[in-house]
Design a protein around this ligand. Structure first.
Ligand code: FMN
Length: 149
């Protein structure tokens, strides 16, 4: 029997080549289309030559999609930080939301996002690290959009 239990996977990786906004956009378009078909949601953050990506979906779909992502030559050293079952999606509104951390007026380093991901373990407002990551992703996305407007 195939389980429909949802899982969340977070990994970091190093970029093989510097990413322009266009190159990131190309990954986003391709990923969003495939993820939509697979019922997968998530976000991708890029900063200072590294990626941090959250993927949500059934275990079978995540294995399939992450299996392909890990082989992609555009990045290397994929390291899974988090892989756990969940009752609900944190990134349900995105088939693949993308944030270029170096592009905002006050660029923030990816390791700060990593800290957001891990540091709220004791904070009751953020009972899980993925919720914390998404909170900051949404905040930064709206600030970046406001700056661009
Ligand atoms: C950083 C990064 C993130 C990616 N995220 C996704 C994703 O969320 N979903 C997806 O289907 N492909 C994603 N891709 C693209 C896959 O690695 C791969 O190119 C795509 O699934 C096609 O695989 P195939 O050429 O083996 O058919 C990503 C690629 C990179 C470099």
């Amino acid at each position: 029997m195939v389980s429909d239990q949802l899982f969340q996977l977070v990994y970091v990786s190093r970029c093989s080549v510097p990413m322009s906004d266009e190159a990131l956009h190309a990954i986003q378009m391709d990923a969003a289309q495939r993820n939509r078909e697979a019922g997968v949601t998530g976000v991708l953050l890029y900063g200072h030559g590294s990626f941090l990506q959250l993927l949500e979906g059934t275990k079978a779909k995540l294995k399939q999609i992450f299996g392909r992502i890990a082989l992609d030559e555009r990045h290397q050293h994929c390291s899974v930080l988090y892989f756990k079952p969940t009752h609900e999606r944190s990134a349900g509104s995105w088939s693949m939301g993308v944030l270029h951390l170096d592009s905002s007026r006050s660029p923030i380093p990816l390791d700060q996002m990593l800290r957001y991901f891990s540091e709220h373990a004791e904070d009751p407002t953020f009972p899980d690290p993925v919720a914390s990551l998404i909170y900051h992703f949404e905040k930064l996305t709206s600030e970046t959009e406001t700056e661009a407007a």
